[in-house]
Design a protein around this ligand. Structure first.
Ligand SMILES: Cc1cc2nc3c(=O)[nH]c(=O)nc-3n(C[C@H](O)[C@H](O)[C@H](O)COP(=O)(O)OP(=O)(O)OC[C@H]3O[C@@H](n4cnc5c(N)ncnc54)[C@H](O)[C@@H]3O)c2cc1C
Length: 99
């Protein structure tokens, strides 16, 4: 587990967040989020708002569309690898200095 994950899980514990592992997503409805829990039972978690935060997957659509159409192309930030804002800024800074 990375340092960031440890920090996050510590914060979850402090905030009293209920963690559920090994669940399968079924659907989001007006009632909330329906899942199949690790025991294999279907369950609806009532919610007004659902924020999908993971998995973080790079969106490379623009990168792919521009390949071969521009003389120089660099993948930086989340389209390269989803991380933190500071990492995206560092990528931009590094590439700008290389250019
Ligand atoms: C739920 C969530 C919470 C987060 N919390 C934190 C946090 O607390 N602290 C932290 O440091 N980081 C956090 N992050 C990560 C942070 O948001 C990203 O690392 C950062 O925004 C990456 O910057 P970026 O410029 O690479 O991408 P983005 O900020 O995603 O910017 C990419 C932009 O490109 C646009 N775009 C995409 N495709 C096209 C297209 N085809 N044509 C034109 N425009 C396009 C998008 O609309 C978007 O505006 C979080 C991420 C998520 C998903």
């Amino acid at each position: 587990m990375s340092f960031r994950m440890l920090y996050l899980f510590d914060w979850f514990e402090k905030k009293g967040v209920t963690l559920m592992s090994e669940v399968k997503f079924v659907e989001i409805t007006d009632a909330g989020l329906t899942i199949i829990n690790k025991e294999g039972n279907t369950q609806t978690l009532q919610a007004d708002t659902i924020i999908p935060a993971i998995p973080l997957v790079p969106n490379t659509e623009l990168l792919t569309a521009l390949k071969g159409k521009v003389s120089e192309l660099y993948a930086i930030g989340d389209c390269n690898e989803p991380r933190l804002t500071v990492d995206a800024i560092a990528d931009g800074s590094r590439i700008a200095r290389e250019i």
